[in-house]
Design a protein around this ligand. Sequence first.
Ligand code: ATP
Ligand code: LTN
Length: 327
Amino acid sequence: MKRILTGIQPSGSITLGNYIGAIKQMVNMQNDYETYIFIADMHAITVPQDPKELPNNIKNLLAIYLASGIDYKKNTIFLQSDNIYHANISWMLECLTPYGELSRMTQFKDKSKKNANFSAGLLTYPILMASDILIYDVDYVPTGQDQKQHVELTRDIAIRINKKYNEDVFKVPEPLITKGGAKIMDLQDPTKKMSKSSENQKGVIYLLDTEDTIRKKIGSAVTDSVGKVKYDIENQPGISNLITIYSVLTNKSIEEVEKEFENSNYGIFKKSVADVVVEELSKIQEKYNELVNSNKLEEILKNGKEKTTEIAKNKYEKLKSIIGLHI
Ligand code: ATP
Ligand code: LTN
């Protein structure tokens, strides 16, 4: 069975972008692949986090995974910091990666601009991600478009190390980008990615938003003066974004959505988009409320820690051996 792995940072409330870009893909693939899904808490601390808030964000993300349909019996679910080998292996990979490759990463350039005092971890972030992926010899990494560059860096690291040591130390993974490369944009600024850490909450749909809030946010999403429900990122980025959301959640193609709303005004179209988002999220919220305080959560992480630590330890020993870290 082919193996896949993905992770999300517990850096805030989970958004519709996270759901469409990462979670939904895992749910769709869990029956046909061996799946690993984790909470990237060590990635989250590359930017400042409140130590009181972080545990809640971790717990909420785990409950959201399960409520979205990720079955803990079919997937290995774990907390990144529970597995000490991720950071250990990351260090070895850091020493085998040229600095120049890191400073070129788009996410680093964007995030480092936001805080002049950014951490060194923000720069080495993609190597920890490479470690997450390469430890498990995965075939595919489902992510949103924004993480593709990091998966490509991971591939380069794997290829370089395999060549250097003349051995198949790592499997070279492929990125798996959501259908049509779906990147969900901010509803208030559709040229910007919808993001957990966005300052303007009006442009972001959170998975736990109430129905009323969701309807308000979609109702006031920025559109244009063209007046046609047409997918045209250049001239109608707001409408194109709503078409993407509707298309992914209803499993209809962009063309089918355009046809369906050919004679509709933006008000009617927005209402239909809100209906499908509310329907999808209310199911998740109902399950989330049942799960968030259950003691199942700890047990799931404990099992994930045991299973992944064993796999990662083998990779760690292998690396120590080929690099020469032994007597
Ligand atoms: P932050 O604001 O803290 O950077 P984020 O919302 O960008 O967070 P990540 O934790 O970086 O989210 O990403 C988790 C997963 O969700 C990744 O696979 C990423 O590609 C995907 N993702 C995030 N935002 C979007 C989006 N707007 N559209 C599609 N996929 C997304
Ligand atoms: N960097 C990712 C989270 C992440 C990840 C990974 C995704 C950390 N390690 C390994 C896939 C595979 C992000 O911010 N979305």
